[in-house]
Design a binder for this molecule. Structure first.
Ligand SMILES: C[S@@+](CC[C@H](N)C(=O)[O-])C[C@H]1O[C@@H](n2cnc3c(N)ncnc32)[C@H](O)[C@@H]1O
Length: 462
């Protein structure tokens, strides 16, 4: 066991997050598009490896009370938090276990969904191999696992920046502050207009955005070991697993994609893995959320009818500029902002666009990261409930000063002033009473906050 990694997670709290791409609903939709039909989520068995304080798995378990969840982590302090939160919020379908990936004995073939987000690149080689074996042993015949990891060559410049930040941090100039070291580079690169200078600055900005706590675990973590996609494929094949596709089917840097690149890479279609590696190289991709399954799982291309039963949610606003088919589809998607809509329902709301154009437009927007496929529909909530009430899990997260999680499983960082207002949303006060508790000058802002939170599905409906 790597003592440094273990002591870091034992002594410091990893910044708790939920990850929409690591949601079984997103995994199921992407798996289907790659030809694998996974068991239905409502009564599935789900395993999360490296669950930390359970921030990712608890909202999912709460939403699917008939599914069974197991979550392991070797940090006893993180598991203690997870157990406390589950017990205080009466979430009884998750078993949290303090265990090391290397020696935990899993019941063979038990799990339909296995999630390992943020683990592979942050552990040593022995642990990497153990994680892959665990996925293989845990998966049910039609099950799917999602493993996220940092990829090369996208991470190369980030690794150099991490090394420089480490070195600079301990100088008298930065006095032990990681953020001061990053600021140093930001300042130095600010006026560079050459492509290399701008590229480096974009990396400094992206790293800074993660915030000081996440950087200590990620970029400056005791182990941060990105790999090439082809290397990952080699590892999983050696372990007896098959690559399916990505849970996040959107390009990480869509702006870097040109029609010429697409045309060039399409020439590599006979070797799809090399094609993907070439795309990683040309787009500077840094992160993958790869889906894997048993090599003998039953596979069959999805039918149009099955795709129509999937749902889409908007990740980025899509511009509408005219009357083309794309504009009509974008306009039809607009009312479902902050929700997800069944592809079939969306199609029925559009006139004069044929099936083929419609589906190819959706796929294009998914590849450009504007849309994401999921397998569950969450239609937008219409009116504010009479007595706004956050669910018990989010009430507790708010009290504990953690991110709250919306209906689409997206984390939502709440500013301190807003947290005060939201902490009063426990169902005991009506909307008007809530407003009257605050000064008249702030009521407009409160109204906007409550409307926004309602649109994100944060309130229980009456
Ligand atoms: C970077 S954090 C990721 C947490 C969470 N999955 C996420 O993505 O937000 C890695 C987690 O893996 C756990 N971990 C690392 N090595 C492990 C091992 N050998 N066995 C079990 N858990 C381990 C750590 O304790 C930590 O909670």
């Amino acid at each position: 066991m790597n003592e440094t990694v273990e002591s870091l997670y034992e002594s410091s709290e990893y910044p708790a997050m939920s990850h929409p791409v690591a949601h079984p609903s997103a995994m199921a939709a992407s798996a289907l598009l790659s030809g694998l039909r996974t068991p239905a989520l409502h009564n599935a068995r789900v395993l999360e490896v490296g669950c930390s304080q359970g921030h990712h798995i608890l909202p999912i378990a709460r939403r699917w009370p008939d599914a069974q969840f197991t979550a392991i982590d070797y940090s006893s302090s993180a598991i203690a938090v997870a157990k406390r939160v589950a017990s205080e919020t009466n979430i009884n379908n998750v078993e949290f276990i303090q265990a090391d990936v290397r020696d935990w004995q899993v019941e063979a073939g038990r799990y339909d969904y296995v999630i390992a987000h943020g683990v592979l690149s942050w552990v040593d080689d022995v642990c990497k191999a153990a994680l892959l074996r665990l996925c293989r042993d845990a998966l049910s015949p039609q099950g799917v696992a999602m493993i996220s990891y940092n990829v090369l060559p996208g991470w190369t410049a980030r690794q150099s920046l991490a090394q420089m930040t480490r070195a600079l941090k301990n100088t008298s100039l930065c006095q032990g502050s990681t953020m001061a070291a990053l600021e140093f580079f930001d300042h130095a690169l600010k006026n560079r207009i050459d492509p290399y200078g701008q590229y480096l600055r974009s990396i400094v900005i992206a790293t800074t955005k993660k915030g000081p706590r996440a950087i200590e675990f990620d970029d400056l973590g005791p182990i941060n070991d990105p790999c090439y996609f082809t290397q990952f494929i080699q590892w999983i094949s050696q372990c007896g697993l098959r690559y399916l596709g990505e849970s996040d089917m959107g390009l990480e840097h869509p702006d870097t994609l040109t029609p010429e690149m697409l045309e060039q890479t399409s020439m590599l279609h006979e070797d799809p893995l090399l094609q993907q590696q070439a795309m990683d190289f040309m787009t500077g991709r840094c992160f993958r959320t790869s889906l894997i399954c048993h090599p003998d799982a039953e596979m069959r291309a999805p039918t149009v009818a099955e795709v129509m039963q999937l749902c889409v949610e908007q990740s980025l606003p899509i511009a509408i500029s005219g009357e083309t088919a794309a504009d009509k589809i974008s306009a039809a998607l607009a009312p479902f902002d902050h929700g997800s809509v069944r592809v079939e329902r969306l199609y029925q709301s559009i006139e004069g666009v044929d099936h083929k154009t419609f589906l190819s437009y959706l796929s294009q927007q998914v590849a450009l990261a504007s849309l994401r496929f999921t397998s569950h529909e969450f239609l937008p909530t219409a009116d504010l409930p009479e007595r706004p009430k956050l669910n018990p899990l989010n009430q507790l997260y708010l009290r504990d000063n953690r991110t709250v999680i919306d209906r689409l499983h997206k984390p939502c960082v709440v500013a301190a002033a807003d947290a005060v207002i939201l902490s009063q949303c426990d169902g005991s006060l009506s909307y008007e009473e809530l407003l009257l508790r605050h000064e008249a000058s702030t009521r407009k802002r409160i109204e906007a906050l409550l409307k926004y939170m309602n649109a994100r599905g944060m309130f229980e409906q009456d």
